[in-house]
Design a protein around this ligand. Structure first.
Ligand code: NAD
Length: 387
């Protein structure tokens, strides 16, 4: 790729924040993106503090996103940011993404994309009208072995798909840590900042995105049982969901923030008429392929047979087999495709299908449809709800 470096701005990701720093590190991995501006914190003083620590030009460390849009728009085209990454709590994604798109900037946004389906539909219209590139950080689809899984399913290696099991257990919120002011738990348990759902929006939406990405099928109906186990918590911290996909495929999804000792156990199993697949986020360099009546095959990232089965997996691989790649590289893969798409558009090139392989506003809308359906089903005694 890259005739030039893309200039990145960031909103969110202030001192002590989690995912903003992951974005900053991952976007640097390939050397094609440079952070030049930001409004990093809800507190302008902390934004200045972090911007200074990052060595940014003082004039490009902003008090808030509105000032950032105003002042960046006034800079010459070859100096102003090419895109902004939004790494704030959920309630800010929609207004910030919309404002930057309307001002003519490309946007990379954290998930869940918005607080409601209505906002997601509105944002879809804004993206279309703007002609700008919009990326959504469903980072798990950036793993090479997830891309391989999708390509094996697409190539029919599993036969006719029958069942998908996907789960994301965590245990870090098993106690009421929000009451002690734990930063990440505080907004995640506040409906005004998190949205109508807790756990199901935070990590259930990753499960939904992974199941639809790998299978190439949409969830058509679901039935959800959501629970707040921790006393006084206003949003769900555990979710168990039955799924029906297109083509008669059935599924089970569970996610949890109270499954003590579990860390980031996102895992997926797919079963077809001829074989199965199994992948675990905590061991992302291997994908298990399970043909009927034959030994289980362990496919290992970085090998020529992976590249042959999945050019997208090969493209998202930086070091040889046996040298582990992980979370940051998966983020970097989303950034690499997003950045390449921006440059291809800028240079009037034909958009490359492999570069376009990153989550966007359509996936964001699917995520919100899933979240709202889960909440509606759970409120109505776990009734089946169509998406
Ligand atoms: P966090 O609480 O650690 O950080 C949020 C940061 O945003 C803080 O610095 C806060 O001051 C800042 N902020 C809040 N409102 C702001 C505003 N209006 N303008 C500027 N800055 C503002 O939260 P986190 O855990 O990093 O999560 C942030 C987002 O990232 C959430 O939407 C979350 O769902 C998402 N996330 C995604 C992943 C992933 O794997 N893709 C992982 C974790 C979090």
């Amino acid at each position: 790729m890259s005739e030039r470096k893309l200039r990145m701005g960031m909103v969110g990701g202030g001192p002590g924040a989690f995912i903003g720093e992951v974005h900053r590190k991952a976007s640097r991995i390939d050397g094609h993106i440079e952070l030049v501006a930001g409004a990093f914190d809800i507190n302008p003083e902390k934004s200045r503090q972090l911007g200074a620590e990052l060595g940014l030009e003082p004039a490009r460390i902003y008090a808030d996103y509105k000032e950032m849009i105003l002042k960046e728009s006034a800079l010459p085209k070859d100096k102003r940011i090419d895109f902004v990454s939004v790494a704030t709590p959920n309630n800010w994604h929609f207004p910030i993404a919309k404002a930057f798109l309307e001002a003519g900037f490309n946007v990379m946004c954290e998930k869940p994309m918005t607080m409601s389906v209505a906002e997601a539909i509105e944002l879809q219209g804004v993206v279309k009208k703007s002609g700008k590139t919009f990326g959504l950080m469903h980072n798990y689809t950036g793993y090479p072995m997830v891309k391989l899984a999708r390509d094996l399913v697409k190539a029919g290696r599993l036969g006719i798909l029958r069942k998908i099991v996907v789960c994301y257990p965590q245990g870090w919120m098993a106690k009421p840590i929000e009451k002690a002011g734990q930063m990440q738990a505080s907004w995640r348990t506040d409906p005004k900042q998190s949205g109508a759902a807790g756990c199901i929006g935070d990590i259930g939406s990753h499960c939904e995105n992974m199941a639809e990405y790998i299978s190439g099928l949409k969830i058509t109906e679901l039935c959800a049982d959501l629970t707040s186990f921790v006393e006084g918590r206003r949003l769900d911290d555990d979710g168990n969901v039955l799924l029906r996909f297109e083509n008669g495929v059935k599924g089970v999804l569970h996610c949890s923030q109270i499954s003590i000792s579990e860390e980031n156990g996102l895992s997926l199993w797919l079963y077809g008429s001829e074989g199965g697949l199994e992948w675990h986020q905590e061991h992302p360099n291997q994908l298990l392929f399970k043909p009927q009546d034959k030994p289980v095959e362990i496919w290992s990232r970085g090998n020529p047979y992976v590249a042959q089965a999945s050019p997208a997996a090969a493209r998202g691989t930086r070091v040889p087999a046996g040298h582990p790649e992980g979370f940051l590289e998966a983020f970097a893969n989303i950034y690499a495709n997003f950045a390449e798409t921006i440059l291809q558009k800028e240079n009037g090139k034909q958009l490359d299908e492999i570069a376009l392989d990153f989550p966007s506003v359509e996936e964001g809308l699917r995520g919100l449809a899933f979240i709202e359906a889960c909440v509606a089903s759970a409120k109505d005694g776990s009734k089946w709800i169509k998406l």
